[in-house]
Design a protein around this ligand. Structure first.
Ligand SMILES: Nc1ncnc2c1ncn2[C@@H]1O[C@H](COP(=O)(O)OP(=O)(O)OP(=O)(O)O)[C@@H](O)[C@H]1O
Ligand SMILES: [Mg+2]
Length: 251
């Protein structure tokens, strides 16, 4: 018998070639009958930076909610880091969710805690008893450029700074995959650009980034992978893609 690996075996053996996220024929219909995702097939790799684009109601947030099992797929299979999310028992959900860092359009910071305390609190929840907590928090705030705002409260910060705190909080447990659902939705263009630069830097350090966005300028400037969703279906998936398909006037 030959000991030479077939291409398929070689692929399976090299973790950098294995998708970190995959969807196989995924459908999501909410209890009220709304069909949010239809037959979604996707593979996302560790080094990917993915823009999820599509009109309002296309299914971008639903896709993100299925990934972290905040919602369950109606049918189809979803894998994250080799684990089948769609079959995961409830008790294993915290471990699944620790693989992700998540930020949203609204920053969801705790107003009564300082910047450092907001970040530390998140780490204490996901990793109770973690050692070198202070150093981890400070290092993460340095990555997002907020090392001088450690002791400020959220209401003493600009919107862009608040989003950076949210990013630090999502990053502090060193997630494998960073999910950003419309992270620049409340920010002006310059500040939005700064946030995207930060996400690119996070991606450069080895974290997969999936960002749902309506921000055409950013998608067209960055030229990363673009997955377009229309009425729950993936209608376009391009490396170095653009916000709109050539010849398309609007989304
Ligand atoms: N909890 C829910 N129950 C019922 N229907 C829902 C629920 N959440 C979302 N939907 C519906 O599912 C579809 C997809 O919604 P989703 O929030 O995923 O879209 P989206 O692409 O994130 O839109 P946006 O750009 O506005 O954030 C929409 O028709 C929406 O009304
Ligand atoms: Mg959404």
């Amino acid at each position: 018998m030959s000991t030479v690996a077939t291409p398929r075996q070689a692929l399976a053996a090299d973790p950098s070639l294995r998708p970190v996220v995959s969807f196989h024929g995924v459908n999501k219909t909410y209890p009220n009958g709304t069909s949010a995702l239809r037959g979604v097939d996707l593979a996302i790799y560790q080094k990917d930076f993915v823009f999820l684009v599509g009109a309002s109601g296309a299914g971008k947030s639903s896709l993100i909610r299925l990934l972290i099992r905040e919602e369950s797929a109606t049918n189809g299979r979803i894998f994250v880091d080799g684990q089948e999310v769609t079959r995961l028992p409830r008790r294993k959900l915290p471990r699944l969710r620790r693989k992700f860092g998540i930020v949203f359009q609204d920053f969801k910071l705790l107003p009564q805690l300082t910047v450092a305390q907001n970040v530390a609190f998140a780490l204490q929840v996901t990793r109770p008893g973690i050692r070198h907590l202070k150093e981890r928090v400070e290092e993460t705030l340095w990555i997002v450029g907020l090392e001088e705002k450690l002791n400020k409260f959220p209401n003493q910060l600009s919107g862009g700074e608040q989003q950076r705190v949210a990013i630090a909080r999502a990053l502090v447990h060193r997630p494998m995959i960073f999910l950003a659902d419309e992270p620049t939705g409340n920010l002006d263009p310059d500040t939005s650009w700064g946030i995207v630069q930060l996400l690119l830097q996070i991606n450069h350090r080895g974290t997969t980034v999936i960002m749902a966005t309506h921000n055409r300028e950013i998608v067209d400037l960055v030229r990363k992978r673009v997955i377009a969703i229309e009425k729950g279906k993936v209608v376009r998936d391009e490396q170095e893609g653009q916000y709109l398909k050539e010849g398309e006037a609007t989304l």
